[in-house]
Design a protein around this ligand. Structure first.
Ligand code: PLP
Length: 453
């Protein structure tokens, strides 16, 4: 049996055999030799062979407080022993406490609805937005405006909101009513503007789309503060504010997807707080529990909730069995307690600044086209050459990722976008990362990139 796998009863070959026979891996052709992770401590993971890896993506942008937190496991165990389950149309202690805490982190004024995943949280946001308009006497408002490159989840509505063709074809038709506009992608400005002559047409475009669609048909816009999985696309400073103004002008709601940016990843408690806007609806998942247990939430402006409180048939007709599971709420409370006690949001901000500085060392590499950071997120866009900005071929990214892995560093890349645009390496390390570990990340990336010369 494997030494590395405490509690692993089978040897690696048996496990791989059973994996090949029974398990269906997510979003990948079946890999007959997947990594089998067995343990984690801080920012490090150990696989079944005893190899250690720095978790440069915090799993899937989620294990923000790091692996192996005994007190989170204890909080879950205690809650499971006390009350494992209670239907979500009633209430329970960790759910009430967590709703209060999330509202506090959002600076007040929100009502919190719990679900299980980021996709769920966005589905809930879409349904609430439509029902809100319905009950407000505007039943024709059903459309949502999202952006190309965005990822908002895998269910039919959330995938409808997603702006990446490869994830959608073969599953269409998806949820209807989703329109997409160009993202604020300054490195390749979709409006052909040069640095210094930016008139933020990417934000003004919302007004055009709303008008051409007919404002009376538009329910909401949905956006991440920064497009994360779609290539770390950081907008101009005033972009969100301008979109907020346009939304207000036309009675369109603003849904902000904080599934990745929320809970400190952006260097503030929530990503939108960096841009001085107040969304109408905020969705969150991943970092709410640092992925120790599944949970998500949809926060809705308190005065919008009034429309659902009128009695008769006005309530929100939505339930999911596991939504706001007591143990997950207890885990989230402990996770947030750790973020506060260890000042990890502040630490995320300072590590992010430091990482931004250290990554400068890579910018002269001939294949590094652009380096973008936001809080403790970084995207390194690879090109064939800096002049043409032609996106680097996928095998070049695969090479860097595999060379990093050989050296004990796990990194990511942007998801399935349109062919030819899978060219952004991503980093999203845990908030407990040290300066030395940041040096290790940048040094390792440099060595891996050197192999492309
Ligand atoms: N929204 C964003 C921005 C995401 O990155 C993701 C997942 O990566 C989701 C929504 C969907 O979350 P989940 O995978 O928990 O359904």
């Amino acid at each position: 049996t494997s030494e590395a796998g405490s509690g692993v009863e089978w040897d690696k070959e048996t496990l791989l055999e059973k994996d090949r026979q029974y398990l269906w891996h997510h979003i990948t052709p079946h890999n007959p030799n997947p990594m089998i992770g067995v343990s984690g401590e801080g920012s490090w993971l150990t696989d079944i062979d005893g190899n250690r890896y720095f978790d440069g993506m915090s799993g899937l942008w989620c294990v923000n407080v790091g692996h192996g937190r005994e007190e989170i496991a204890q909080a879950a165990a205690e809650q499971m022993k006390t009350l494992a389950y209670f239907p979500p149309y009633h209430s329970h202690v960790p759910g009430i406490r967590l709703a209060e805490k999330v509202n506090e982190w959002l600076e007040g004024g929100y009502r919190i609805f719990f679900s299980n995943s980021g996709s769920d949280a966005n589905e809930v946001a879409f349904k609430i937005a439509r029902q809100y308009h319905h009950q407000n006497g505007e039943p024709t408002r059903f459309k949502f405006i999202s952006r190309h490159r965005a990822y908002h989840g895998n269910s039919m509505g959330a995938l409808g909101a997603t702006g990446q063709a490869n994830r959608k074809t073969k599953y269409e038709p998806l949820g209807t009513g989703f329109q997409h506009i160009a993202p604020p992608y300054c490195y390749r400005c979709p409006f052909g503007q040069k640095e210094g002559d930016c008139r933020m047409q990417c934000a003004e475009a919302y007004e055009d789309v709303i008008n051409w669609e007919g404002a009376e048909t538009v329910a909401a816009v949905i956006m991440e503060p920064v497009i994360t999985g779609g290539g770390v696309i950081v907008p101009p400073e005033n972009y969100m504010k301008r979109v907020r103004e346009i939304c207000d002008k036309y009675g369109v709601l603003m849904i902000v997807d904080e599934v990745i940016c929320g809970f400190g990843r952006s260097g503030q408690r929530f990503g939108h707080q960096n841009f001085g806007v107040r969304p109408d609806i905020v969705t969150m998942a991943k970092g709410i529990t640092s992925a120790y247990s599944p949970l998500s939430a949809t926060a809705v402006r308190e005065d919008m909730y009034e429309v659902f409180k009128k009695g008769g048939d006005s309530h929100f007709r939505h339930v999911n069995t596991f939504g706001g599971n007591p143990a997950s709420c207890a885990v989230a409370l402990k996770n947030i307690e750790i973020l506060e006690r260890e000042q990890l949001v502040e630490r995320s901000a300072s590590l992010g600044e430091s990482l931004r500085g250290k990554l400068e060392a890579l910018k002269d590499h001939p294949l590094v086209g652009d380096i973008r950071t936001f809080g403790l997120i970084a995207g390194i866009e690879l090109v064939e050459d800096k002049q043409s900005k032609a996106p680097a071929a996928p095998d070049k990214l695969a090479h860097v990722i595999s060379e990093c892995k050989k050296r004990g560093l796990l990194i990511g890349k942007n998801g399935d976008t349109v062919p030819g645009f899978n060219n952004v390496l991503t980093l999203s390390p845990p908030f407990v990362t040290t300066e030395e570990e940041l040096d290790f990340i940048v040094l390792t990336l440099g060595e891996a990139l050197a192999g492309l010369l």
